[in-house]
Write a protein that binds this ligand. Structure first.
Ligand code: FEO
Length: 392
């Protein structure tokens, strides 16, 4: 694809990666993704903001054919999906300087072996004049690495936000045209990438509040012509109270745990509690991550397997612990054959979750009437706690 004009002398460049289905060898990408770079031609200086993942280098370099000069390349984030082609760009434009935060400089030198003398590091709030256009660099740490910054183009009121506000979507519409679709993709992205750092990200949102932003141009997905759409969504995901929702990631081997899950789901629904249920053997973990953004309670369902939780349940617990959702309550349910330390093992895997643990329900073999009664009691306890906290 060729470069696309955003405004006078401001261009989108980059690549649509329609076929990519996994990021970080972990994160599912049902809609592919894009790597967005941006070219800005000021009256005196020309800059390129970020680059593309190395496998897309040929397409990107062809977009740069005919560009007479680049004075600065700005690396907002050292991760290779945006920095991977910077060495080739610097080779093509040997007089260009590479602008980054001091922290990103070290990372870019480590990851891409870029020589030190090509760098110019910038301070938080520092401005760069391109002649008739001015860029302001704003440190925004932990969106989602420690070195990240965003860039504000003052005259055109465009915020280049790199991963911040991004979404994994490959689409030919340059701007968001389907907010429902983008909301889901951006929430998935937030849940998988940003949620663990939400307290710091809140500070970054506050830091951006004084800026008059007409367009947000992220490095993945479409541009936002209505920035409040995504800024408001971030505020909601980060600061709103958890919702009256229970997320149940579970696995079952011989259906006993599944019977328990089914009973609990029904009991919760009868008590007015929303439930999202995920079979860890088949689920899209991005969907699970999204559900964790809002849920007040997590109930892990697992059979006992070799004296502990099933490995899929351990994976679910590990993931929830790493993503640090704002859930307030947690419980464990499941069936066992003869014994084991399932509860103790799982409980030891979630130190990052600031949750009150509600009494687990374990049963031996197929669930009996007593087990179903205990699940009803668990549903009562969850519904009561959600009511006490006014979760809706
Ligand atoms: Fe899209 Fe953190 O790289």
């Amino acid at each position: 694809m060729k470069a696309r004009k955003i405004k006078d002398r401001i261009y989108w460049m980059g690549s649509l990666d329609w076929d990519r289905r996994l990021f970080d060898a972990l994160v599912p990408l049902p809609d592919g993704t894009s790597y967005n770079a941006y070219l800005i031609e000021g009256s005196e200086k020309t800059v390129l903001i970020d680059s593309v993942d190395l496998p897309m280098a040929d397409e990107f370099l062809s977009q740069l054919e005919g560009i007479p000069r680049i004075d600065y390349v700005i690396s907002q984030h050292a991760e290779q999906d945006h920095s991977g082609t910077i060495p080739q760009v610097l080779e093509k434009f040997p007089d260009a300087k590479l602008i980054s935060t001091p922290k990103a400089k070290g990372m870019l030198m480590d990851l891409l072996q870029i020589p030190e003398d090509v760098f110019i590091t910038v301070k938080d709030g520092e401005a760069l004049s391109l002649g008739d256009k001015t860029l302001k660099f704003i440190y925004a740490p932990w969106v989602h690495w420690p070195e990240t910054m965003v860039t504000y183009l003052e005259e055109d009121k465009i915020l280049f936000s790199c991963d911040f506000f991004g979404s994994h979507i490959a689409a030919t519409d340059l701007y968001v045209t389907d907010e429902g679709r983008v909301y889901e993709a951006a929430k998935r992205y937030y849940a998988e990438i940003m949620m663990p750092f939400r307290n710091i990200i809140k500070k970054n949102l506050d830091k951006l509040a004084p800026y008059d932003i007409e367009i947000i141009a992220p490095s993945h997905g479409q541009l936002y012509p209505n920035p409040s759409f995504i800024i408001d969504a971030y505020h909601d995901w980060i600061t709103a109270s958890p919702k009256n929702t229970v997320v149940i990631p579970y696995v079952s081997m011989h259906e006993s745990t599944k019977l328990m899950v089914d009973h609990l789901v029904s009991a919760l629904v009868e008590r007015g509690v929303r439930v999202e249920q995920f079979n860890l053997g088949v689920t899209d973990i991005g969907k699970l991550a999204m559900a964790l953004v809002d849920a007040a309670t997590i109930v892990i369902g697992t059979p006992t397997f070799l004296a502990g939780p099933h490995p899929y349940a351990a994976y679910g617990a590990f993931l929830a612990n790493a993503l640090r959702p704002k859930a307030k309550f947690l419980s464990i349910i499941g069936s066992y054959g003869w014994g084991g330390k399932t509860v103790e093992t799982l409980a030891g895997m979630i130190p990052n979750l600031k949750v009150e643990v509600i009494d687990p329900v374990l049963c031996k073999g197929v669930p009996s009437e007593d087990a179903f009664k205990a699940l009803d009691d668990l549903a009562d306890a969850i519904a009561e706690k959600h009511k006490e906290q006014d979760f809706t």
